[in-house]
Design a protein around this ligand. Sequence first.
Ligand code: UD1
Length: 334
Amino acid sequence: MFLHIVGARPNFPKVKPLMEEMRKNGISQKLLHTGQHYDYLMSKVFFSQLDIPVPDFHLDGYLGKTHAEQTGNMMIELEKVFEKLKPEGIIVYGDINSTLSASLAAVKLNIPIIHIESGLRSFDRKMPEEVNRVLVDHMSNYLFCIDSTSVTNLKNEGITEGVHLSGNLMIDTLKTMTIEDNPTDSILMTLHRPSNVDDKEKLFKILNDINLLGERVLFPAHPRVKTMIGDTTFSNIEITEPMGYKEFITNLKNCKYTISDSGGIQCEASVLNTPLITLRDTTEHPDTILFGTNTLCLDSSEIKDIKLKNSNYSPEIWDGKSAERIVEVLNELL
Ligand code: UD1
């Protein structure tokens, strides 16, 4: 039996197609939600919209606020489940704290680790996700990459065994959606990176700069960001609750352009041909800049001068068949 570990919003569109394909192939599997994201709009709405099975295990309870609290508390609980279930392997996704905790707990119990979205690198160790990526890749037995750049990154760190170029599960999910075509004049914005939102002065500078663009901005705010903003309003920015998956990708496809500091949105925007300004100085998806719609920008006051890119980028391997490729490899393991 394989045990999928998910915890936060970006994991959910990735686990969906893989679970479906494993089910079709009769591979025994269970799903564990660490509870890292617990708000309805950050978690449950994705399960219902994407028809993801109700998790077999849910680590309910307060995980803590700091990275060490979160990672440590999750490890303690995950170890108990792993010892009881003795899975043939755990399947972990992306670069969030849940991914690191599960891998650390599993590696000490000699449980094989299957890492989805392996080899991405921003080369910025100040990002918690970059540290998570590097550590998880070095503990993993099977490493599934979304692109050849990731395979090269792993090779440069001496990891060549168990590496597979499988494509992008998140794009598998995107390709199954029927998205209404209804272009608008609005800008869509998401922000949640600690480097942009944890310092109030920095966050308000960004919001003021974006307000000054004089265009209508739709901003579904992460709960942490909403708390920082409090009651302050900006005349051109409509701050809303976090959006569900369907609502979000519909807005992503139909907006004039997007401003974000997310990882996954860089891939989705390039596939949907939506110009994207990524408010960061590094990216773990450099190909979306070279070939896609993405432009990096560290200073929000420079957004107005950026020449937007409409350059649809969807590598051949992002063909909606990533889950099939991964399952072929998993079948060989059984
Ligand atoms: C996490 C991931 C990030 C991912 C993002 C997607 C890590 C290190 N980061 O960041 O890579 O892009 O999820 O959204 O794992 N909170 C709520 N409700 C929730 C979840 C969080 O109010 O449902 C608040 C809590 O105060 C929490 C804080 O947000 O302490 C931060 O949440 P956390 O899961 O630690 O990190 P994210 O910023 O969501």
